[in-house]
Design a protein around this ligand. Structure first.
Ligand SMILES: [Zn+2]
Length: 262
């Protein structure tokens, strides 16, 4: 009798210990997931220029990384700046070679420009550029006809080139050197959009020649994101799960499923 009591107590004890371990493990999982919950991708289009250097300084001071979607022709002119972006450990991806609206006249013209930018970056970086890119104006740009736009997105999909959109814009390309306060106001307005999925934020900003106020607005933006618990990643940092996540949230390859539907 005594022996069976001891066995029962031992079993209860063992179950309690195992349960508490699994609860603790579960808590760790929750904690880990929560910590992973909010990720921000800072993205800059239209560089490299002198403004890129200002941005690099701020990123270093704040100890965060960003993704630069660069213009091939500018990268060729500002080789030293491109080198500094590379040395700083931030991501460099293709935006366009010339950033001309005419590139959207046809799929063939578009890819002539894209391929030129890709080759130029490959030559300057002495390695294959990343397979993420940003279409000028984004993947739903109104510049080309819908037919041409769809053919471009389909071709990107065929070539397994991932296009990156955004869900927050500070609208710094809506004019020349827009006042810092306006940029911060745009940021706050965008971040408080009702339909914004705050788990993942991709912010569109610019480091072109007419964006000298963007680096001045950047420290406040980064500090606000940090205060709100965001982790900073570059688009090249992502693993397979995050790739799926960003696709589902329509931040990358937003229209690729069109093909399956049709
Ligand atoms: Zn652009």
């Amino acid at each position: 009798m005594k022996k069976s009591k001891a066995i029962i107590s031992f079993c209860i004890c063992a179950i309690m210990i195992l349960t508490s371990f699994s609860v603790l493990g579960y808590m760790d999982d929750i904690k880990e997931n929560n910590e992973d919950n909010k990720i921000v991708y800072l993205t800059f289009d239209d560089g490299p220029t002198e403004n890129t250097l200002e941005i690099l300084k701020i990123l270093e001071e704040e100890d965060v990384k960003a993704t630069f979607f660069v213009i091939g022709e500018l990268a060729n002119t500002n080789k030293e700046i491109l080198k500094k972006v590379e040395e700083s450990g931030n991501s460099i991806c293709v935006h366009t070679n010339t950033h001309k609206n005419e590139n959207y006249r046809s799929k063939e013209i578009y890819f002539k420009d894209y391929d030129a930018a890709y080759s130029k970056l490959k030559e300057l970086l002495e390695k294959e550029p990343c397979n993420f890119m940003r279409m000028p104006g984004g993947s739903s740009t109104g510049v080309p006809s819908k037919v041409v736009l769809k053919s471009i997105r389909d071709e990107l999909n065929n070539r397994k080139i991932n296009y990156v959109d955004w869900n927050v814009s500070i609208e710094d390309a809506m004019g020349i050197n827009i006042p810092v306060e306006r940029l911060l106001c745009n940021y706050r307005k965008e971040m408080s959009k009702k339909n914004l999925d705050k788990e993942r934020i991709v912010i569109l900003m610019h480091d072109g020649a007419s964006n000298s106020t963007t680096p001045k607005a950047l420290p406040s933006i980064i500090k606000d994101l940090k205060k709100n618990g965001y982790k900073f990643k570059t688009i090249q940092d992502i693993d397979e799960n995050e790739f799926i996540n960003l696709t589902e949230k329509k931040l990358i390859n937003r229209y690729n499923e069109e093909k399956e539907i049709n």
